[in-house]
Design a protein. Structure first.
Length: 289
């Protein structure tokens, strides 16, 4: 009886122990799986800071999916346009061409997106799949004197080096497609933070600025102000995606409050100089509460 009791005591824990051992074995198998199924990290985040008139940003970045957050510490609106210099073009050659021929120097580059225009104290966030190469980071916004900020110091070389990491792409709520000359995008978005895919199917370069209309202001007011700025703008910059050359794509993360918004592309048509917003690349949309 006593012996039997001891055996029972000794045996009882065996059942749960075997159970735990089996779970450990299964877990052990999962941990030992090939690297291809190991969990992949989300895109790394880098901070770009804008002041009047300079960028504080890393001078080298690893290639691959990267979250770029631009915070505006200045008194004027700023954005961050990434331009990949064509193979064989160096930063000095590009800056000399910029001084000589203005935006014509963009022929030496491909536009690779970047955080869209943000007002003072604001921020804008995008996720870009950076290709290795030499880049210029530039702000093309001009102040009241008409001089683009890149001519005042907001032009910075960045080197993107090969990385073998492959972060996972962000989950998206919808896709915004840009083309000559329209936006194919939802006409209503939910308020709050969400990530959207942005694709340029060209053939021209396009951007996707998002602005929130001031109370009582209309799309027409926004277009008229863009054409001939007078007084304060009838909208506030709310981020978006800077220009992509044809076939470029990336992700933008927006955190919008309810209201009426406008998506707008101000890239000029090379043959006429007309901003794309006057050729159809302007679309009003609603953010629902
Ligand atoms: Cu456009």
């Amino acid at each position: 009886m006593f012996q039997s009791f001891i055996r029972q005591r000794a045996l009882r824990p065996l059942v749960p122990l075997i159970g735990v051992a089996s779970v450990a074995l299964v877990l052990g198998c999962q941990v030992a799986a090939p690297p291809a199924v190991q969990p992949r990290a989300a895109a790394r985040t880098v901070e770009f800071d804008a002041v009047d008139y300079a960028f504080n940003a890393p001078s080298t970045l690893p290639s691959g999916l990267t979250t770029i957050r631009l915070t505006n510490h200045g008194q004027e609106p700023h954005h961050a346009q990434l331009l990949r210099l064509n193979d064989g073009v160096d930063f000095d050659t590009f800056t000399q061409a910029l001084q000589r021929e203005g935006e014509g120097a963009l022929r030496l580059t491909s536009a690779e997106g970047g955080p869209g225009t943000t007002n003072p104290d604001g921020s804008a966030e995008v996720v870009l799949d950076l290709k290795p190469g030499s880049y210029a980071l530039a702000c093309f916004i001009s102040g009241p004197d008409g001089a683009p900020h890149l001519m005042k110091g907001m032009l910075k070389p960045i080197e993107v080096t090969q990385s073998d990491e492959s972060p996972i792409a962000p989950a998206t709520q919808a896709t915004f497609t840009m083309k000559d000359f329209s936006f194919d995008m939802p006409s209503t978005l939910r308020y709050g933070r969400a990530t959207y895919k942005v694709v340029n199917i060209g053939p021209q370069m396009h951007e996707l600025n998002i602005v929130k209309l001031a109370t009582g202001k209309t799309l027409r007011d926004a277009l008229e102000w863009e054409q001939a700025p007078a007084g304060p703008p009838p909208f506030a910059a709310a981020g978006g995606m800077n220009a992509f050359s044809a076939d470029g794509s990336g992700y933008m993360t927006l955190d919008l409050e309810p209201g009426t918004y406008v998506a707008i592309c101000n890239v000029p048509d090379p043959s006429s100089g007309t901003p794309h917003s006057h050729l159809g690349m302007v679309k009003e949309f609603t953010v629902q509460g």
